[in-house]
Design a protein around this ligand. Structure first.
Ligand code: C5P
Length: 497
């Protein structure tokens, strides 16, 4: 029987499938199967197949939905900014973005968008429509982009060398933000009566639209029709978001997404790094757990989550669909990862079970082995002359063991960590067996090793094949090395669809 490996699909199709699968909460493999089923059902019911009705599936548009950030608070947005500066940022270094700003009140958000793109090393050329220039000045845009701002199709300066063709040719991507209903209508019907709309017709580069308009305009059948036409033409559409509108008292769907969300979509579209784990689902646990003694006191440990989060991020960058189950940590959520925040070991286990099935499960969290048998409802008071209260502990579920020893649904690769202060190898080997793991990454967490909370780690990888000694390295480098090992492990496998 023939087999198709998702890894071998062309880049654009793979990207489209990945986003579509993520939107629907399915693995890429499931999504592909469903698409085939749908095609077959359509054929059976005499509905035109893509070959008869227009573009094949791989040409359909990618409608990138907001990456879980719509409506988040400023504080969260700030944290995301921090995390993005540290991780996916290299994707945009040296990239050319052509930003087309059309006339909507949300045009002011473009200033922030430009700053975020420039932080990441992108250069930005900007085209303003006439009505956009009513909302935002070329002067402020020019100051932020450090480039000329283009406005006029018939300007001798802008067009002396057929500038609309050059602007499109030089760009890696064209972003229209905000995209008004009027501009979408013009694009859908191929009108080219100013510099911005002419560029849209004269380009073969990826185009990302971030619509923004009054909710009634967004819902209008004309706009819906135009959106569908643009989607069928292969344009990428992100948003709009839902919430309060600029007009007082108005709310609904029509808000321009936050600049950082648009930056993320640009990063997804321009990310041409290899994705060896595309189509795979991974679960990672990270950080400590907190086990309540009373409403204000708890048992926990010094785990920072740095290693687990670095591994989740590296898996996502290798194309895996990652669920990170994180205990309470003070570092930001990694990008491109679904994060489930938990407090206790019991909650962590529930979240891991809910994230199954998966191909890869990596248990990095420093889970508390015990929890107080009873957590007091009120703060335990110190009473004069009384003995210190005794805390009775009971055992927490062993999450790694529960997954490593599964008979059904066991991930193909189960990896645990062994945080030890002595007898690293001996204890690591024992854990490999006892917990049913494929690999144990043993590390020395004695106080002088500085691993707990620190930035470095020294790993011994223990498997039935033997022991690998890894040199001391930053936790991100440990994560990369682990991903290389994981890719090797799966190299011989192929996903049949
Ligand atoms: O037994 P120990 O806690 O040292 O085992 C370490 C490994 O087991 C780590 O991978 C850790 O994430 C995992 N673990 C777990 N659930 C527990 C205890 C540990 O998943 N309750």
């Amino acid at each position: 029987m023939a087999s198709i490996t998702i890894r071998n699909l062309n880049g654009k199709t793979k990207k489209w499938l990945r986003v579509r699968a993520a939107q629907n909460g399915r693995s890429m493999e499931e999504e592909a199967r469903l698409l085939f089923d749908q095609l077959q059902a359509d054929e059976n019911s005499n509905i035109a197949t893509p070959a008869e009705s227009g573009p094949p599936i791989s040409n359909a548009s990618l409608q990138i939905e907001p990456v879980s950030m719509t409506g988040q608070t400023d504080e969260v947005a700030e944290r995301l900014r921090g995390s993005i500066a540290g991780t996916g940022s290299e994707i945009l270094a040296g990239k050319q973005v052509l930003l087309v700003i059309t006339g909507g009140i949300a045009a002011y958000k473009c200033l922030e968008f430009i700053r975020r793109l420039r932080d990441r090393g992108a250069s930005i050329k900007t085209v303003l429509t006439k009505s956009a220039a009513e909302f935002i000045t070329p002067l402020s845009i020019g100051a932020l982009t450090a480039e000329r701002v283009y406005c006029d199709l018939f300007s001798r300066d802008d067009e002396h060398d057929v500038g609309h063709i050059r602007l499109s040719r030089e760009a890696d991507i064209i972003v229209v933000a905000p995209a008004t209903a009027n501009f979408m209508a013009k694009m859908a019907h191929g009108l080219a009566d100013d510099l911005a709309s002419t560029i849209m017709l004269a380009t073969n580069k990826p185009v990302l639209l971030a619509p923004a308009m009054n909710p009634l305009m967004w819902q209008h059948p004309s706009t819906r029709r135009n959106r569908q036409i643009l989607a069928n033409d292969g344009l990428y559409i992100i948003g709009p978001g839902t919430g309060e509108m600029a007009e007082s008292g108005e709310s609904g769907t029509g808000r321009l997404l936050e600049p950082i969300e648009i930056v993320k979509a640009v990063e997804i579209l321009l990310d041409d790094r290899p994705k060896p784990l595309a189509g795979m689902r991974a679960i990672v646990t990270s950080g400590p757990t907190r086990e309540a003694i009373d409403p204000v006191r708890y048992l926990s440990n010094h785990s920072s989550g740095k290693q687990g989060h670095a591994i989740a991020s590296a898996l996502a960058h290798a194309g895996a669909d990652v669920t990170l189950v994180s205990g309470p940590v003070s570092i930001p959520d990694p990008e491109y990862v679904s994060v489930v925040h938990v407090e206790t070991a019991v909650e962590m286990k529930q979240a891991v079970d809910a994230a199954l099935p998966a191909d890869i499960a990596i248990f990095v969290a420093a889970v508390a082995d015990w929890r107080p048998a009873n957590s007091a409802d009120d703060k335990i008071k110190k009473a004069k002359g009384e003995d210190a209260p005794a805390i009775t502990l009971i055992e927490n579920p062993d999450i790694l063991k529960s997954i490593g020893t599964l008979n059904e649904n066991r991930p193909a690769l189960v990896i645990g960590f062994a945080a030890e202060t002595r007898n690293l190898i001996k204890n690591g080997r024992a854990k490999l067996k006892r917990k049913g793991a494929d690999w144990i990454l043993a590390n020395d967490v004695s106080a002088d090793a500085g691993v707990m909370g620190g930035d470095l780690n020294t790993i011994r990888l223990i498997s039935i094949d033997g022991i690998e000694e890894w040199p001391t390295a930053k936790k991100q480098q440990v994560a990369s090395r682990l991903i290389t090992k994981i890719v090797e492990f799966f190299e011989k496998e192929s996903i049949e669809i």
